[in-house]
Design a protein around this ligand. Sequence first.
Ligand SMILES: [Zn+2]
Length: 125
Amino acid sequence: MVRTDGGLAATCHCGAVEIRVRRMVRTLTSCNCSICRRYGALWAYYAPHSVSIRAPRGGLAKYSWNRRIRNYYRCARCGCVTHYAYRRRQRHTTVAVNAANFEPDLLKGVRIRHLDGAASWKLLD
Ligand SMILES: [Zn+2]
């Protein structure tokens, strides 16, 4: 874990992509939808202005499907899923950071809630 400017940094495995946030969220979301269950991501939601993403040119690959509401980003080098963001002209602007890229110590005591994204879109706990 890198801690500078009073913020927290999450990095992909190879370190090419770094995401900085000001603070850890209170709850993380584990979702069972078709993509989240495959990624195994733990989502931490932030307002866009409180997230800074550093990546080399061409260092982020993205994926979207179906109605293409969101772009899911991963490191083009090591493949770690780093975040997703809503595409333009969408109502939502939240950026979801994959908190699995933070050092585990930072996640201690943070509640993980389970979202039924596969069916009801309700929290299961
Ligand atoms: Zn990487």
